[in-house]
Design a protein. Sequence first.
Length: 95
Amino acid sequence: MQNAINPVSAEKLQHLSQAKLEILRRVHNLESLSLGESHPRTLFRQTTLGISLDENGHFSQALALKEKTYEQQKEALGEYHSDTLISLNNLAVSE
């Protein structure tokens, strides 16, 4: 379905979504290499990537990444840290 004001095809939207995912993956990989896998910023980026995977229909990848993120945050930040609880919530609402 196209919007009369800003016509964009479904194919174009899918391409943009894939491009967004690739950028998020690249940023996550770079932060993981430079800051470490357990750094709060890396884990935040990993959370964003998991949500984006979910939004783009990559449900099994999203679920696996969200589970990994939750476990890493629980280990690095503690079970009751707000970021850990956000990750647990994201896991609970996964498709």
